[in-house]
Write a protein that binds this ligand. Structure first.
Ligand code: HEM
Length: 228
């Protein structure tokens, strides 16, 4: 296993691991967003065993995800490891790079193109996202919603009735989009998709992805604040 420890202690190995974890997080965001879209379905009525009952698509979806505690624990552990490694590698590579090159920032891939606002601000947008994540997970994952009338759906809905939370979310989601716009293309180039023939297409895909993330996630707090 010494090849593995050699690989992970080399600068290129850690940059590639950071890129792979970054791409996994991009995948997580898409899955999370698609799942959250069930919030728009609100409550509807269904006939179960001849009785008309109210069902909430989002609560049903969240329940399905969390029903098996062992799988939930494992999935959360994997997610934590991916977030943790990505943040740790970003921080250490950035510090090493600064120490080696004076005050020049770390770039995942120097060939990723000219410095843009989103590439230059990666450490700052990344730090904000970390703060956002701590507050987000504390609010939605670790707040007891069993006494709230509409369960987890009610918790999300109540949270976004507060305009301060909604503004904080929209600002944070804009910064998430700025971070992933550069991050997505940079990760792809770090793992080898770096060719003049594909770079234009990669940039377009990154921009479309970032817009989808921003518009998709932001539509949720805006929908709650304007429709409830
Ligand atoms: C409007 C935007 C968002 C909404 C409404 C939302 C909603 C939620 C909800 C309801 C949960 C709790 C799920 C449960 O307990 O079953 C959750 C968990 C989580 N969210 Fe979000 N989310 C949003 C944006 C984001 C973004 C942008 C990120 C990442 C940057 C993110 C990362 C997470 C993580 C890591 C968890 C914890 C997952 C777990 O422990 O199972 N969320 N979100």
């Amino acid at each position: 296993m010494s090849w593995l420890s050699n690989y992970l202690s080399s600068s290129i190995g850690r940059k590639q691991l950071m890129a792979v974890t970054g791409l996994m997080l991009c995948g997580f965001l898409i899955v999370h967003l698609l799942g959250n879209f069930t919030l728009f379905a609100g409550y509807s009525t269904e006939t179960i065993d001849g009785k008309i009952v109210e069902v909430c698509a989002f609560n049903k979806y969240a329940h399905a995800l969390t029903a098996n505690k062992a799988i939930l624990f494992l999935a959360e552990l994997i997610l934590l490891a991916i977030f943790g490694s990505h943040i740790y590698l970003a921080l250490t590579l950035s510090l090493e790079n600064r120490a080696a090159r004076g005050n020049v920032r770390y770039d995942v891939n120097a060939k990723a193109g000219p410095m843009t606002l989103s590439s230059a601000t990666m450490p700052y947008t990344g730090s904000w996202i970390l703060l956002f994540l701590v507050l987000h997970v504390a609010t939605f994952r670790f707040t007891d919603h069993t006494s709230i009338e509409m369960g987890l759906y009610g918790l999300v809905s109540d949270t976004f009735q507060n305009p301060l939370w909604t503004i904080f979310y929209i600002v944070s989601l804009f910064l998430v989009a700025a971070h992933v716009k550069h991050g997505f293309q940079s990760c792809l180039q770090t793992i080898g998709f770096n060719h003049p023939k594909y770079n234009g297409m990669i940039q377009t895909v990154s921009t479309v992805y970032a817009i989808f993330i921003f518009v998709g996630f932001s539509s949720i707090p805006l929908w709650f604040i304007f429709t409830r």
